[in-house]
Design a protein around this ligand. Structure first.
Ligand code: AGP
Length: 607
C-alpha cells in the first residue's frame, strides 16, 4: 500500500517530505520519490528501493522550494523500478501526481491518450492521471482534478501539483485513505496520521470523493463536483506507534479489518461492468482451457488456500486438481503432463520451497500461474502468468488478508476457467460473481460482531488443546484456523476432516478440549451434528461457526458464531474470519504479542 505525503509552508519541502515518508515506511514499499516546486520549477527525484536510496540521490544537490509531494510505492501495475516510481509527470513536466490505489480503466485511458500523441514513460496506471490533468488544465488545478475524477474508475488517493500554480496542492481520495494536517503557516497531507504528527495534531480526514486544496495559509475543501464543503478538524492524541497501526493495537488486527477493502480491490478490477470475469490482464486465454489437470503447490496458509482451490476448481470448473505442500512436492518424484496448469500460491513470492516447486514445474514444460501479493517478487518474475492479490503489505507474521484475497483470486480463476471449458452455464457464472461481490460486505458484518468472539476467547483461551473440524470447504478452513491458533497463541491445535474423527482423533477428546466445528456446508449439517454430539459426549466445549439465522446447532453447541449466508463453495472467505479473530484474542488473553510469534519469520526464504 503506497504512502502519500504533501507539504506547503515556510520550510524547505524536501526534508519534510522525506521525513514524513519515513513515518509511512511501515506500510511497505519498493520505491520512493518526491516532486518539489521552487525557483527552478518542478523538480522530480525518484528511485527504486529503500528511502535511503532517494536520500543518497538528492544528497549532493539543494532542491529549493517549499511546496511538494512525496510517495512510497508498493507496486501494482509495472515492476518496481526508477521509472515506475512516483511522482509521475505530464509530457511537459510541469504537473506531478502521486497516487495510492488502482485505476481500473487505465488501459482504455492510456489508449485514448496515446491516440492523442501522448508518449508514456512508465508501465503504471498512475501515469494516465498526470496526462489527463494536463489535458483538462486551463489555469485552474482544482477544476482539472474534478474533470479527471469524472474519467477515472477505481480506488485512489491523489496529490497533484502544477508549476503554474506554485504553493498549491490539490488532493482527493476515493477508497484510499488521505488525511490533511493543519499547521501554522504550513499545511500537510498524508496517507496516514504518523506522517503528520511531528508537525501538527490537528487533522481533517477526507471522505470519499472529497477534495482538499492546500496552500501555506489555508485549506479549502470541496465535494466531487467542486462545490465548497466545510469540514471539522479532529485532534489526534495517539502516540506515533499506535498511529502506524491505524488505531488498532496490533498489525494483525488491523490486517484482519482490512479484509473487506482488500477483497473489493482484488475482485473489482477483474470483473467487467456486465458481471463477467475478465482475466485478460493476466493473460488467461483459451489455450489454458485444454489442460487435463490443475496442480497447486504452496506452503502454510497459502497451501490452505490451495486446499480450498482444489474443492473450488473441481466443483466450479470440473477439472481434476492435485494440491501439494511445496516441500513434499519437490522431493516426491511427481509426474508431469505438459498440458498441466500449475498454480503456485505465495503471499511473499519468495518462499524457498514454493519457488523450487515452481521451477520444477516450469522445467517439466508445464505452464505456471502465480498468485502472489508482492509485485516483482521472484515468483512473479519467473511464472508464466501472475495474478496479484492486491491485499497491500501484510506485516503481521500470521497471514490473514493475504489468505482471503488468495481465495478471491482462486474463485475468479475457477469461474474464468469454467467458462473457457464450457463447464458452467452463463447464468450460474453470473450468480457466482454476484455472490462474490457481496462477500466484502459480509466480511464487514462479521467484523462488526468481533466482540462476540472476543468474549468467547476470554472464556476458553486456557484450554490445553483445540481441534477444528469440518467437511469439504469447512475442512480447508479448519486447517487454516488451527494453524492461526497455534502460531500466535501457542495452543496445541489440530484440524480434522470431521469424517475422520472416529478413525483416531476422538481418542484425544476430553473435558480440556475445545472443538471448533465449522458448519457451512448445508448438505452435511446432519453429519456435522453427529460429530458434535460425539465430542460433546466426551466432555469437549464446542463452538460452532454457521450461518445467520441458523438454529440447527443451537441445542448441541456451547456457543454459536454466525456469518452471513453464502453458497457453500464461497463460505471459506467468511468462515475463516471469526477463527482469525479467535486466534488473535486467545493470544491477547495469554499475554502474547500476536505480531511477533516466537520462532517464526514472515517470509521463509530458506529450507
Ligand atoms: C501463515 O500465517 C504463516 N505465517 C505461514 O504459514 C505462511 O503462510 C507460509 O510461510 C507461506 O508463505 P508465503 O505465502 O509467503 O509463501
Amino acid at each position: 500500500m503506497c504512502g502519500i505525503v504533501g507539504y506547503v509552508g515556510d520550510r524547505d519541502a524536501t526534508p519534510v517530505l522525506v521525513n514524513a515518508l519515513r513515518k509511512l515506511e511501515y506500510r511497505g514499499y519498493d520505491s520512493a520519490g518526491i516532486a518539489v516546486i521552487g525557483p527552478e520549477g518542478l523538480v522530480v527525484r525518484k528511485a527504486k528501493g529503500a528511502l535511503r536510496r532517494l536520500e543518497e540521490l538528492i544528497a549532493t544537490e539543494t532542491i529549493r522550494g517549499s511546496c511538494g509531494i512525496g510517495h512510497t510505492r508498493w507496486a501494482t501495475h509495472g515492476e518496481p523500478s526508477d521509472v515506475n516510481s512516483h511522482p509521475h509527470t505530464d509530457v511537459s513536466g510541469r504537473i506531478a501526481v502521486v497516487h495510492n490505489g488502482i485505476i481500473e480503466n487505465h488501459a482504455k485511458l492510456r489508449a485514448w491518450l496515446e491516440g492523442r500523441g501522448v508518449a508514456f514513460r512508465s508501465q503504471t496506471d498512475t501515469e494516465v492521471i498526470a496526462h489527463l490533468v494536463d489535458h483538462h488544465y486551463e489555469g485552474d488545478l482544482l477544476k482539472a482534478v474534478v474533470a479527471v475524477m469524472g474519467r477515472i474508475e477505481g480506488s485512489y488517493a491523489l496529490a497533484v501539483v502544477c508549476e503554474d500554480e506554485p504553493g498549491k496542492i490539490v488532493a482527493v481520495r476515493k477508497d484510499s485513505p488521505l488525511v490533511v494536517g493543519l499547521g501554522k503557516a504550513e499545511n500537510l497531507i498524508a496517507s496516514d496520521v504518523p506522517a503528520l504528527l511531528e508537525y501538527t495534531r490537528e487533522v481533517v480526514y477526507l471522505e470519499d470523493k472529497e477534495i482538499a486544496v492546500l496552500t501555506r495559509d489555508r485549506v479549502d475543501f470541496f465535494d466531487g463536483a467542486g462545490e465548497r464543503l466545510s469540514k471539522k478538524p479532529s485532534h489526534v492524541d495517539w502516540d506515533v506507534a499506535a498511529a502506524e497501526k491505524g488505531g488498532f493495537e496490533h498489525f494483525m488486527l488491523k490486517e484482519i479489518h482490512e479484509q473487506p477493502k482488500a477483497l473489493t480491490d482484488t475482485f473489482r478490477a477483474r470483473v467487467d461492468g456486465d458481471g463477467k470475469v475478465n482475466l485478460s490482464e493476466i493473460g488467461l486465454d483459451e489455450s489454458w482451457a485444454r489442460a487435463r489437470r490443475v496442480v497447486i503447490t504452496a506452503c502454510g496458509t497459502a497451501w490452505h488456500a490451495g486446499v480450498v482451490a482444489k474443492y473450488a476448481f473441481e466443483r466450479i470448473a470440473r477439472i481434476p486438481v492435485d494440491v501439494d505442500i511445496a516441500s513434499e512436492f519437490r522431493y516426491r518424484s511427481p509426474l508431469f503432463d505438459p498440458s498441466d496448469i500449475f498454480i503456485i500460491i505465495s503471499q511473499s513470492g519468495e518462499t524457498a520451497d514454493t519457488l523450487a516447486a515452481m521451477r520444477m514445474a516450469r522445467s517439466s514444460g508445464a505452464r505456471v500461474i502465480a498468485i502472489t501479493n508482492v509485485v516483482g517478487s521472484t515468483l512473479a518474475r519467473e511464472a508464466d502468468l501472475v495474478m496479484y492479490t492486491w491485499a497491500g503489505p501484510e506485516i503481521a507474521v500470521a497471514s490473514t488478508k493475504a489468505f482471503t484475497t488468495q481465495l478471491m483470486c482462486v474463485y475468479l480463476i475457477a469461474i474464468r476457467l469454467a467458462a473457457l471449458r464450457g463447464a458452467l452455464a452463463d447464468a450460474d457464472a453470473a450468480r457466482l460473481v454476484g455472490e462474490l461481490s457481496r462477500l466484502p460486505d459480509s466480511a464487514r458484518a462479521i467484523l462488526d460482531r468481533q466482540a462476540e468472539i472476543q468474549r468467547f476467547a476470554s472464556q476458553s483461551f486456557n484450554k490445553s488443546k483445540a481441534f477444528f473440524m469440518g467437511r469439504l470447504f469447512d475442512y480447508a478452513i479448519s486447517l487454516e484456523s488451527a494453524l492461526k491458533l497455534k502460531e500466535i497463541s501457542y495452543t496445541h491445535s489440530e484440524a480434522f476432516a470431521a469424517g475422520e474423527l472416529k478413525h483416531g482423533p476422538i481418542a484425544l477428546v476430553d473435558d480440556s478440549t475445545l472443538v471448533v466445528a465449522i458448519c457451512t456446508q448445508r448438505e452435511l449439517f446432519d453429519k456435522m451434528d453427529s460429530n458434535i454430539k460425539e465430542v460433546k459426549a466426551r466432555g469437549a466445549t464446542v463452538l460452532v461457526v454457521t450461518f445467520d439465522g441458523e438454529s440447527y446447532f443451537d441445542a448441541t453447541a456451547d456457543a454459536v458464531f454466525r456469518v452471513p449466508e453464502a453458497p457453500g463453495e464461497l463460505t471459506p472467505i467468511l468462515s475463516v474470519i471469526p477463527c482469525q479473530l479467535y486466534a488473535y484474542y486467545c493470544a491477547i488473553q495469554r499475554g502474547l504479542d500476536p505480531d511477533k510469534p516466537r520462532n517464526l519469520a514472515k517470509s521463509v526464504t530458506v529450507e
